[in-house]
Ligand binder design. Structure first.
Ligand code: ATP
Ligand code: ZN
Length: 283
């Protein structure tokens, strides 16, 4: 049996639950329950505040957890990470009032900085040879400069609109984060085996999300060029069409290369290009 801690409600919750379901693990969740058990995998799910997850996993109260690297590293347990999960990507940035002069991080020497991440920020400043006064506050960090608490802030940024709305501009990226799976250091042999099964499934889900299945028709004459554009996992599947001189080609493309490749395929005469999602992809 494994106990997995995930965020009860917040920016990690939905994607964490979706990932567990996409791994084929079924469970009943209700918003008021703090614990649930999977029906088809030896897994118990605990719903907690994200800040508590690294400590619970370090202490073995939970065996596994899903948490942002920002929270994990701030808590001081980066070595618990076993798998990057690719969602909840965000960055921890320094920001100053828009009108203030700022040339480099040296401008923060001797200044007051408000943050919820004193450990990550403290290390960053030390690496840059800057000494500042850090004021640790747990929320609404962006208003600190306007109420005179600090001359700068360090907080999570995704779009930057919150900063803009508070008259701030982002000046340095301090840390990049995504959600990660963490595991307690003293799993039993049986639990380690279950963790490996879980990681195998998570990797298959992630790989599938990054890939698309592509089917197209191509004139036989341009087959070499099509094959060059579509290497596939091993090599593309090619079947003749009823119409002489034409073939159907099936392969897998990476999402980030997809538009580039399809325009080149069209240029060499491909037609009827279909792109399908892949549910799972086992290497
Ligand atoms: P809790 O009540 O559990 O303490 P919280 O308010 O501290 O929740 P959330 O705002 O739900 O935390 O964010 C949880 C995590 O999601 C953050 O620690 C970070 O890793 C990630 N995150 C935060 N903001 C964003 C964002 N804008 N885009 C993507 N991921 C984000
Ligand atoms: Zn939190």
């Amino acid at each position: 049996m494994l106990r997995l801690a995930i965020q009860k409600s917040g920016r990690l919750s939905e994607d964490s639950l979706a990932l567990i379901r996409e791994c084929g693990i079924n469970f009943i969740s209700s918003s008021y329950k703090l614990k649930t058990e999977a029906t088809n995998f030896p897994l118990e799910i605990l719903f907690l505040r994200d800040d508590d997850i690294p400590g619970y996993v370090q202490d073995g109260v939970a065996d596994l957890g899903i948490v942002g690297q920002n929270v994990l590293v701030e808590a001081g347990y980066p070595e618990l990470e076993v798998e990057a999960l690719g969602f909840s990507k965000c960055r921890l940035s320094l920001a100053v009032p828009r009108a203030d002069a700022y040339a480099s991080v040296a401008a923060l020497q001797g200044k007051n900085i408000a943050t919820s991440y004193p450990n990550i920020l403290g290390r960053y400043l030390a690496e840059n040879g800057v000494q500042s006064h850090l004021h640790t506050i747990s929320g609404s960090v962006e208003i600190a400069p306007s109420i005179g608490l600090a001359e700068a802030i360090c907080d999570i940024v995704s779009s930057g609109s919150t900063l803009l709305g508070n008259g701030l501009r982002e000046v340095e990226t301090v840390f990049r984060s995504e959600a990660v799976l963490i595991a307690q250091p003293n799993l039993s042999v049986e639990q380690t085996e279950l963790l490996e099964q879980l990681r195998f499934r998570m990797q298959a889900v992630r790989r599938a999300k990054r890939s698309k299945y592509i089917v197209l028709n191509a004139p036989l004459a341009s087959l070499d060029e099509v094959r060059r554009l579509l290497p596939g996992i091993k090599s593309p599947t090619i079947t003749p069409l009823a119409e002489a001189g034409w073939v159907s080609v099936q392969s897998v493309v990476q999402e980030d290369e997809f538009w580039h490749i399809t325009s080149q395929l069209k240029a060499v005469g491909a037609e009827g290009i279909l792109v399908l999602p892949i549910e799972k992809m086992i290497a």
